[in-house]
Design a protein around this ligand. Structure first.
Ligand SMILES: *[C@@H]1O[C@H](CO)[C@@H](O)[C@H](O)[C@H]1NC(C)=O
Length: 131
């Protein structure tokens, strides 16, 4: 685990798009990478807003070439975090939710954390919620 994290850090420092994603992701307690018109992105945003979180949302389809590079990075990060390697090739890049600058995951992860009660404590810990 420690080694994996160290590798991730090296990767982020070396490569432009990774660095950019890391910078964007740590700009707020909660950051959502989205694509406008993406249904699951809408679901995640509604859930966070409903909990009282004001996430920073990046609509990647509105960022041109940079947005596509970011989607490639997110797709890679999410497939690396996904428990089933068979889906890694076609891993959806969005929504990708970062809490406290760390990748939480996609819609499945956010929903399962919400359902088992671990999402709100995580958001509080990151300073996204006070109550
Ligand atoms: C809740 O579910 C998430 C995602 O499956 C998991 O990572 C986390 O450890 C679980 N937490 C608790 C308190 O069960």
């Amino acid at each position: 685990m420690v080694e994996e994290e160290a590798e991730g850090m090296v990767m982020m420092r070396r490569s432009g798009p990774y660095e950019r994603v890391a910078r964007m992701a740590s700009g707020n307690a909660v950051v959502v990478f989205s694509v406008s018109g993406c249904c699951m992105c809408h679901v995640v945003k509604r859930l966070l807003l409903g909990l009282g979180v004001g996430p920073t949302v990046y609509e990647l389809d509105q960022l041109g070439k940079g947005g596509r590079e970011i989607q490639a990075v997110l797709s890679h990060l999410l497939s690396a975090a996904s428990p089933s390697p068979s889906t890694s090739v076609s891993a959806a890049a969005v929504p990708a939710v970062f809490v406290g600058g760390q990748l939480l995951g996609g819609v499945d992860k956010v929903m399962s954390c919400h359902i088992n009660g671990s999402l709100v404590p995580l958001l509080k810990q990151a300073g996204a919620l006070w109550l």
